[in-house]
Design a protein around this ligand. Structure first.
Ligand code: ADP
Ligand code: MG
Ligand code: MG
Length: 208
C-alpha cells in the first residue's frame, strides 16, 4: 500500500469520525465535557485539508503531518494523545513509500507506546488504550496464524469493540471521567469508541 492509499485511508477516518461525531459527543456528555466528537471532527477536517497539500511519497511524513495537525486542532486530552499516536506511527514509517500489514502493526504498537507515555496511562483505566491494546494484541496473534489482511483487521476491530464493552465495567482513573469515580461505571469511554471507529474505517477501506 502506497502514500496515495494512506492519504485515502486518512480521509476515510475523517469521514467516519464526522459520521460518529454526535454519538461520540453524547458519550462524552455523560462522563466528560461533551466535546470529544466535535473536537475530533474538527481535527480530522484540518487533517483532510493538510494532507491534500502534501506532495510526498513518504508515508512517514504523511502520518507525522496528520499527528501534528491533530495536536494543534483537536485540543483537550485526546488531541495531544491521538496526535502523539500518529506522530509516533509516522516515525516508524520514516522515508518508507510502501506499508505492509506488519508495518501497520508496528505503527499501532508505536501509537500505543506514545499514548501511554504522553497520557501516563496503562490498560484498564477506561481510556482509548482499552481499545487500542486489545486490538493490537488480537492483530499480532492473527498475523501469526497467517490470516489475510482483511481477517487480521477484522480480528482487530472485534477486539477493539470488546475493549469498548470492557470500558463500561470499570472506573475511570485518567482524564475527566476520573472525576466521576464510581459513577463512571456503566458508561463506555468516548476515546476507546473513537479509536474503534477509526479501525472500522480502515477495515471498511481495505474490504471495499
Ligand atoms: P477532554 O477530556 O479534554 O475534553 P476529549 O473529550 O477529546 O478530551 O477526550 C477524552 C478521551 O481521552 C477519553 O475518553 C479517553 O479515552 C482519553 N483520555 C483522557 N485522558 C487520557 C490518558 N491520560 N491516557 C489515555 N487516554 C486518555
Ligand atoms: Mg471531552
Ligand atoms: Mg474538553
Amino acid at each position: 500500500m502506497d502514500a496515495k492509499k494512506i492519504t485515502e485511508i486518512l480521509h476515510a477516518l475523517s469521514s467516519k469520525i464526522d459520521k460518529e461525531k454526535e454519538f461520540l459527543t453524547e458519550l462524552d456528555n455523560v462522563i466528560g465535557d461533551g466535546d470529544h466528537g466535535i473536537n475530533m471532527a474538527r481535527g480530522f477536517k484540518a487533517v483532510d485539508a493538510k494532507i491534500d497539500t502534501l506532495e510526498t511519497e513518504d508515508i512517514g511524513e504523511i502520518l507525522r503531518t496528520a499527528g501534528m495537525t491533530l495536536v494543534s486542532t483537536v485540543g483537550g486530552a485526546s488531541g495531544p494523545l491521538y496526535g502523539t499516536a500518529f506522530m509516533k506511527a509516522g516515525m516508524t514509517m520514516s522515508k518508507k513509500t510502501q506499508i505492509s500489514l506488519s508495518d501497520f502493526l508496528a505503527c499501532l504498537n508505536a501509537a500505543v507506546e506514545g499514548v501511554k507515555m504522553r497520557g501516563k496511562s496503562v490498560q484498564g483505566e477506561k481510556t482509548m488504550l482499552d481499545a487500542m491494546i486489545p486490538a493490537l494484541e488480537a492483530m499480532n496473534k492473527a498475523i501469526e496464524q497467517g490470516l489475510t489482511s482483511a481477517d487480521v483487521l477484522k480480528c482487530g476491530t472485534e477486539a477493539a469493540r470488546q475493549g469498548v464493552e470492557y470500558t463500561k465495567t470499570i472506573i475511570a482513573t485518567k482524564g475527566r471521567a476520573s472525576y466521576l469515580g464510581e459513577r463512571s461505571i456503566g458508561h463506555q469511554d468516548p476515546g476507546a469508541t473513537s479509536f474503534t471507529n477509526m479501525l472500522e474505517a480502515v477495515y471498511d477501506y481495505i474490504t471495499a
